[in-house]
Design a protein around this ligand. Structure first.
Ligand SMILES: *Cc1c(COP(=O)(O)O)cnc(C)c1O
Length: 395
């Protein structure tokens, strides 16, 4: 059984490239070339150097004394929060901007919801000297003003999407429109393992550096070749795909994905796409997403902006159906409690996205000999207001 994408761009029944006909040549150009670019030794060398000297890899695998005592197993945190930009997202944007250059593209477009992917894209573009246009919903621009300021300081043009709900979905439409209007010179940088083939596979490969490092770190810290568990949060699913990648074929490694249940699975305010979603076509691929009986996309709700997405990438829809990965729902409150506890007891403030992965620890019964890796996908500096509102609401 293979967990890799097949030659038609599918993971089982999920995936593919469902794009407007005018975009087909661009997606096809990328599909035909991406593997040879990624495997080119010069490309790999350039990417490796940037990941080391600019992003700050490899990131530590930190044994958490607090979590180990609390859960009765050896619990390690993979510190993606220490990456430049504050999360794993930069692993992917640097890779894609390098691919864009290899394809001779001279301009980058992206869309962003909360702004993290927009900032990581703007950083890669500043570094690698390509002009960058980021589409962002007008409502999101207000909510995430500091990220708008960051992108502008980094030299990106931030264009407000003012149609519809003025959020991520509308920004995506605008970014697609821009791409269609600038087909020959523009590369579209996608921020998770979503979108038309080959994006999900390409993004998974760029993020797979996370589990590649674990292959060396786990044995040297524990004396055991593989971890017993790897746990990560899923929005679109890129940090999870990267954390799982090199363990997918090792069935002795249990893989757990924490999904945002928002105010609760039955509350109508949730983002748990595997529990509530059905198959359909979203953002260029066949996958699972939350929809009305008529197939309209439902709005997602999560306290963490990075998990506030109504679908999951096709790889994860497949991993869910074939039961290779266990998906657990985590509510806003459970995540905020887990994030607050780690801050107080370990001196690490996690992004609320990552706090979902920490909260998933409560839903597993570990043996005392278990080696458990939790991907701490990002840092919580951006979430201080949410944390402090939550803590005062409990008093
Ligand atoms: C964007 C983001 C996520 C969610 O995206 P994935 O593609 O599912 O990884 C998770 N954590 C952090 C810190 C993020 O910024």
């Amino acid at each position: 059984m293979s967990y890799q994408v097949d030659e038609n761009g599918f993971y089982g029944r999920y995936g593919g490239a469902y794009v407007p006909e005018v975009l087909y040549p661009n997606v096809e150009e990328l599909r035909v070339n991406y593997q040879s670019i990624l495997q080119d030794p010069d490309f790999q060398k350039e990417l490796e150097q940037l990941l080391k000297l600019y992003v700050g890899r490899e990131t530590p695998l930190y044994p958490s004394h607090f979590l180990s005592a609390k859960h009765g197993a050896a619990i390690f945190l993979k510190r993606e929060d220490l990456c430049h930009s504050g999360s794993h997202k930069i692993n992917n944007t640097i890779g894609q901007v390098l691919v864009a250059k290899r394809l001779g593209k001279t301009r980058i477009v992206a869309e962003t919801g909360a702004g993290s992917h927009g900032v990581a894209t703007a950083m890669a573009c500043a570094l690698l000297k390509l002009p960058c246009t980021v589409y962002m919903g007008e409502v999101d621009m207000e909510r995430q003003a500091p990220n708008v300021a960051r992108m502008k300081l980094l030299g990106a043009e931030v264009v407000p999407a003012s149609s519809g709900s003025k959020t991520l979905k509308d920004a995506t439409n605008e970014a697609f429109r821009d791409w269609i209007n600038h087909l020959t010179n523009t590369f579209y940088v996608i921020g998770s393992v979503v979108g038309p083939h080959p994006y999900p596979d390409m993004v998974a490969q760029f993020q797979s550096v996370i589990s590649k490092e674990l292959l060396g770190q786990v044995p040297s810290l524990t004396g055991q070749s593989y971890p017993d568990y790897v746990i990560a949060c899923v929005g679109g699913g890129s940090n999870a795909a990267g954390s799982f990648y090199h363990f997918l074929d090792h069935s002795e490694v249990s893989l757990i994905a924490a999904e945002a249940a928002g105010k609760g699975l039955d509350s109508g305010f949730s983002a748990a796409a595997t529990f509530l979603g059905k198959e359909g076509i979203l953002h260029g691929s066949k996958t699972k997403f939350m929809q009305t009986p008529e197939g309209q996309i439902l709005e997602a709700h999560s306290v963490s902006a990075g998990l506030d997405y109504p679908g999951i990438g096709p790889l994860h829809a497949y991993l869910h159906d074939c039961k290779r990965v266990r998906f657990v729902p985590v509510t806003d409150c459970q995540a905020l409690d887990a994030g607050s506890l780690l801050s107080e007891n370990e001196g690490i403030i996690p992004a609320i996205e990552s706090a979902h992965a920490l909260a998933a620890l409560d839903q597993v019964r570990f043996k005392s000999t278990d080696v458990v890796v939790v991907c701490l996908s990002g840092r919580g500096g951006k979430d201080l207001e949410t944390y402090s509102q939550y803590s005062s609401s409990k008093k």
